[in-house]
Design a protein around this ligand. Sequence first.
Ligand code: THU
Length: 131
Amino acid sequence: MDQSLFDSAQGALKNAYVKYSNFRVGAALKLKNGKIITGVNIENASYGLSNCAERTALFTAYAAGYRKADIESILVTTDKEYLVSPCGACRQVMRELMPDDAVVFMSDALGNTKTLLNKELLPLGFTEDDL
Ligand code: THU
């Protein structure tokens, strides 16, 4: 795992808008051109409208014009000393917006990291190939 990716995601944690859960999540996307794009969770009084850190990072990248083929990896982290893994909604969005073989890092606040491939997070997922 790239130290700069971890530092970027940890650095973004302060910007998480976590008025309801107080649970800060940071994500950092690494693009093939070397650029890093971060995201945080952004909550809402209507709880279901909250947006996770992974989706914020991916939507920010897409809004800037990047696409699936531009993405190399994503790291998700928190300020906790245990690993947190992407929720089901994020797995579906990650499957759509990142390559199947993109690397997904899950790091705790200490830097302990678990590594999987995007496709391993959502076996038998529904994709464009099903349409
Ligand atoms: N959350 C994320 O940002 N990413 C995940 O993968 C899991 C959950 C956020 C959503 C909510 O703001 C808070 O964590 C507690 O569920």
